[in-house]
Design a protein around this ligand. Structure first.
Ligand SMILES: O=C(O)C(=O)C[C@@H](O)[C@H](O)[C@H](O)COP(=O)(O)O
Ligand code: ZN
Length: 364
């Protein structure tokens, strides 16, 4: 098992990464001071529940924990205030108190939703992240928890850090191909932001990653979570540096909102957004090879790199204005300046962005 640390003083927490480590969940909870006296709530989705809910419940009950569960529909649409309210009803009926903990067992949707339930329930209870997708390496670390609004993504939320993140590589082995690919999009994103060597490693090991080779996954998640931990430790609440993690998200979030959180998965929207950011970089005078290289690598992982032609440009532009990255009437973009290096550009003219969106819709 490998271990990383998110360094936030008294609120620091570990990320455990390894194969088969879910078996030690009860012991890990106890080690982190989460005892058996107050009930736990496991939040998961229907897909993950089929594979792991019984196992997790039995593991915990065997050690004396009382466990309630809330199983939501898979997909981004579950990140809503109405689903959140239903989960809070389950928590109240199960008698969760201020010493209880919420366990997020699933991908990014479950982590964000369960985390926001934990941040809000009785003004905040502890929670634990058990990511079961590759994409969730990103959402499970850093404490950004939220639900969506019809008009914009993640706009109802909080910063609420987990007690620990337990990443069992074994849970990734049954992931559908599309979910694997979208996860690799955010994983290589960590490299595009600040680790050229990792981008090169991902490029050279793409087939091992797509085949879910354990050693390759463990290495990649260790490096990816390491980038995340480093950035969050330096800037927990996104006062500055943390914004770099939003590479590809300015266009990506708008695409998800326009698609009604349905047609494009998060990692797919981010892949298209990263190509958009790289095209913008070329317009700002950086070498066009950055965009070519970004696109080549993302295509290698079977990711979309163009906006579906039926997406309306006006709708995409208007969704961008509702995003958190639209500040004081200006668009903030994370722009690559080389592979493995980005800068925060707080002043991108919206006409340029429109031009890039049209270009992304135009070419095959
Ligand atoms: O953790 C962060 O910070 C990120 O930006 C990571 C993103 O990949 C993630 O999708 C995040 O939820 C987006 O943050 P938001 O503040 O733009 O909603
Ligand atoms: Zn993301």
């Amino acid at each position: 098992m490998r271990e990383l640390k998110v360094d936030l003083g008294e609120r620091s927490y570990p990320i455990y990464i390894g194969e088969g480590i879910l078996d030690g969940l009860a012991a890990t909870l106890a080690k982190h001071g989460i005892g058996v006296k107050s009930p736990l709530l496991v939040v998961t989705d229907e897909n993950v529940a089929k594979h792991y809910l019984t196992k997790v419940t039995e593991l915990l009950e065997a050690d004396g924990y009382r466990v309630a569960n809330a199983v939501v529909a898979p997909g981004e649409k579950s990140k809503s205030l109405s689903v959140m309210e239903e989960i809070i009803t389950v928590a109240l009926e199960a008698g969760l108190d201020r010493n209880s903990a919420v366990i997020a067992l699933g991908g990014g949707v479950v982590g964000d939703l369960a985390g926001f339930v934990a941040a809000s329930y009785m003004r905040g209870v502890r929670f634990v992240q058990i990511p079961t997708t590759i994409l969730a390496h990103d959402s499970s670390v850093g404490g950004k928890v939220a639900v969506n609004h019809r008009l914009a993504k993640n706009v109802i939320g909080a910063f609420h850090q987990p007690e620990f993140v337990l990443y069992d590589i074994a849970t990734l082995k049954s992931l559908p191909d599309r979910v694997v690919r979208e996860g690799l999009s955010e994983l290589v994103k960590e490299g595009f932001i600040m680790d050229r060597e990792f981008v090169e490693w991902c490029d050279a090991n793409a087939s091992r990653l797509l085949a879910l080779d354990s050693a390759a996954l463990e290495h990649a998640l260790y490096i990816g979570c390491g980038v995340k931990a480093k950035v969050v430790s330096a800037d927990e609440k996104e006062g500055g540096l943390r914004a770099v993690l939003n590479l590809g998200h300015t266009i990506g979030h708008a695409l998800e909102a326009v698609a009604g959180y349905d047609e494009l998965h998060h990692g797919e929207a981010i892949a298209i957004g990263m190509v958009g950011a790289a095209l913008l970089s070329a317009k700002l005078g950086n070498p066009p090879s950055i965009a070519e290289e970004t696109e080549r690598i993302l295509r290698q992982f079977g990711l979309p790199v163009r906006i579906p032609a039926h997406f309306d440009t006006d709708a995409i532009m208007s969704a961008m204005m509702h995003d958190k990255k639209f500040k004081e009437g200006k668009m903030v973009f994370i722009v690559p300046t080389a592979i493995g290096q980005v800068e925060i550009n707080p002043n991108v003219p919206s006409e340029w962005v429109r031009e890039i969106v049209d270009r992304l819709k135009g070419e095959a």
